[in-house]
Design a protein around this ligand. Structure first.
Ligand code: SF4
Ligand code: SF4
Length: 668
């Protein structure tokens, strides 16, 4: 190795020495010339103690995960998706950077730096044990240690940035409690990097190099056992969590038998849930985007994850003690996992979408609801009324089926008889709600204009969506089976619906009981035919609200926007696409009272009205119904509220003027 005094020289030395003005620096990492057997022995003892402390905590965590109940529906299939998620979310840190670019990049520097340091740290420890395998003098060593030095710089910058953010910027979703342990971890990571970089500034023979080597080593030995004792456990298990998470977005798993009522006690917590809650890094991304947490409700999705984790730590995975806080007030974490919180969730999925370590909150929250509803613990006047309406009338609004018949007759909708291309699914809103009926009627006009044949089912019941999300499996099963039977009897091949909740429930949730015919949302149908639909040159500004069940759940963002662009000038809301803010109706909450805090629909309506757009464009009858009153509440001159079917239909010429035969009814 060559050390060079640098005063005025600024070019690369042929020996490979990097040149910086007026300082001693070498392009080669300095390592202690030799280690005494005493030093090697001390190091070996340090490693044993450090590993023992690591497993002292990591062992029980692993046991809790492995002893949790098996996930009955778990399958590694599709492996391709798992490999992609691992590559994108873990190796590329894509999700973290995309959702929070600056802190995400800082985190990514630390993560990538750790990967680069795997070889450096292994060789560092091996050197002390006198079995080093990568010499700093070798060509590979010269290159690799410099490469790692560049990463060390980035890690130091990244961790400093994250430290400043956590301790000085302190975003509210980190919570009120300052995490001292995070400060220590940040300090240790910084020290690791500085002690590594320092070895480029000292000569190999001196005492300084040994001091730096021991500083680096002791930091490593202290850092290792801290990992499972802190939220930095995610370093070890979150890559596994991301790889193994349940396939699909916010999927609710089937119950595993007659004795399974959902998440009632610790013994019902599954291995996937355990793995996920132990991965929580307490970043608060879920809370930041949660409509309940943002409107002053008790629910905080981060606390759902931490609540299950605390339960497992305190009571273990085979406990019979109830998970819900109301039933176990004496526990140390009595404030976490309350029934009140579980029933405030709109199942919007924003938490799951944001979580960087693969935690799937919705199955846990719905699991808790199942546990409370299926066992009769949850008592709610609105909930009881809703379930009765579903059982008795077959629709969530509790109206007689004759009301739907009258509407069908009024609109002269043909009954599906197997000769038409599509079955037009009305849903509870389209069949019974006045505004939902307007949307259906306008969408039917669009279909007629396009010459697409369709019919409606003579008898149609709710998909069971609100029962499913509120945890009433019996009611859901009855409705799903009735729906599947109705489609089978009518020989339906293709379905189109105006409600993303119906689309989701029929396409995904019903799979537990059979496979429904192919279904699509009316936005997808219309976007596919948009070239045949008239454009409007009004230039009217239309702000589009992404419904959670169409966007995050179905990944459909562009189709409704294409229809908005046909009708006017598209305006984007401050929170749109994957970050769209819920209207407050999902998860059955449209039918329950919203007692705590501000109304979610008002927050969103104010945001939409605040864009100054002339029209609010929706693609879900539930969003539409939520905004109906909310827009009037938050604005003195509220924008008009129209579904994309209404936006499209208003450009259509009157049916009589088109001369197009009404293929549904046979009328002109
Ligand atoms: S699904 Fe939505 S409402 Fe429920 S916890 Fe997650 S972010 Fe909050
Ligand atoms: S659940 Fe996920 S998003 Fe929420 S705090 Fe934990 S790691 Fe962060």
């Amino acid at each position: 190795m060559v050390d060079v005094t640098l005063a005025a020289v600024t070019c690369a030395h042929p020996s490979g020495t990097m040149l910086f003005p007026a300082m001693w620096v070498s392009a080669t990492l300095a390592e202690p010339a030799h280690f005494s057997w005493l030093e090697t022995g001390l190091l070996a003892a340090g490693i044993v103690i450090s590993l023992a402390l690591f497993f002292w905590r990591f062992g029980p965590i692993l046991r809790n995960i492995l002893h949790s109940k098996q996930d009955a529906d778990f399958s590694l299939h599709p492996v391709g998706r798992r490999v992609w998620d691992f590559f994108w979310e873990v190796l590329c840190q894509g999700k973290v950077i995309r959702q929070r670019p600056l802190p995400g990049l800082a985190h990514a520097f630390v993560f990538w730096g750790f990967l680069a340091f795997a070889l450096v740290s292994s060789n560092h420890i091996a050197n002390g044990l006198q079995i080093g395998f990568l010499s700093p003098e070798s060509s590979l060593g010269k290159f690799y240690f410099l490469f790692a030095a560049a990463w060390a710089l980035l890690v130091a910058v990244g961790i400093t940035g994250l430290f400043i953010r956590r301790f000085f910027v302190r975003p509210i979703w980190f919570g009120k409690k300052v995490s001292i342990e995070s400060g220590w971890i940040a300090f240790l990571i910084f020290l690791l990097m500085v002690s590594y970089l320092g070895a480029f500034f000292v000569s190999p023979g001196g005492a300084a190099v040994k001091a730096l080597w021991w500083t680096h080593t002791l930091t490593l030995l202290v850092f290792l056992p801290l990992i499972p004792h802190t939220k930095h456990l995610h370093l070890v298990i979150s890559p596994v969590t991301v790889f193994l998470k349940r396939d699909g977005f916010s999927n609710i798993p089937p119950l595993s038998g007659d004795e399974d009522f959902g998440l009632v006690a610790g013994k019902d917590v599954t291995q996937l849930i355990s793995l996920q809650v132990y991965s929580c890094v307490e970043c608060g991304r879920c809370t930041e985007h949660c409509p309940a947490a943002n409107s002053g409700k008790v629910l905080n999705p981060k606390e759902i994850a931490l609540g299950v984790r605390s339960y497992l730590n305190e009571l273990g995975p085979v406990s019979d003690v109830a998970l819900l806080a109301e039933a176990r007030p004496e526990t140390a974490f009595a404030n976490l996992l309350s029934m009140e919180a579980a029933f405030e969730c709109t199942t919007c999925g924003a938490c799951e979408y944001q979580c960087p370590v693969g935690i799937q909150h919705v199955p846990v929250i719905v699991g808790l609801r199942r546990g409370a509803t299926n066992t009769g613990v949850w008592e709610d006047t609105y909930g009881t009324k809703l379930f009765l309406a579903l059982e008795k009338n077959g629709n969530a609004l509790g109206l007689s089926a004759m009301e739907r018949d009258k509407f069908i007759q009024k609109e002269a909708f043909p009954i599906f008889d197997g000769t038409q291309e599509y079955c037009l699914w009305l849903g509870c809103m389209g069949g019974y709600d006045p505004k939902g009926r307007e949307i259906i009627a306008d969408f039917a006009r669009v279909m007629k204009y396009l010459g697409t044949t369709f019919g409606v089912l003579k008898k149609e019941k709710c998909t069971g969506d609100p029962a499913r999300r509120l945890g009433n499996d019996l009611v859901f099963q009855t409705l799903a089976e009735a729906g599947l039977k109705a489609f089978e009897t009518a020989k339906v091949q293709k379905i189109v619906a105006i409600c993303p909740h119906c689309v989701r429930t029929i396409a995904n949730d019903w799979r537990e009981y059979g496979i429904a015919p192919e279904i699509e949302h009316h936005s997808e149908f219309m976007a596919r035919h948009k070239d045949r639909l008239p454009k409007q040159a009004s230039g009217e500004s239309i702000v589009y609200h992404d419904p959670c069940y169409l966007g995050r759940y179905r990944d459909v963002y562009e189709a409704p926007r294409e229809m908005v662009r046909q009708a006017g000038t598209l305006v984007e809301a401050p929170r749109s696409h994957e970050r769209s803010f819920c209207c407050g109706a999902g998860g059955g909450l449209a039918f329950l009272g919203e007692e705590q805090g501000e109304r979610v629909s008002h927050i969103r309506a104010a945001e939409l009205a605040g864009t100054g757009a002339q029209v609010v464009g929706t693609a879900c009858p539930f969003c539409n119904t939520m905004f109906r009153d909310a827009l009037a509440e938050v604005s003195t001159a509220p924008p008009q509220l129209l579904d994309i079917a209404q936006l499209t239909a208003r450009a259509l010429p009157k049916m009589q003027e088109t001369g197009i035969m009404d293929q549904g009814t046979g009328e002109q």
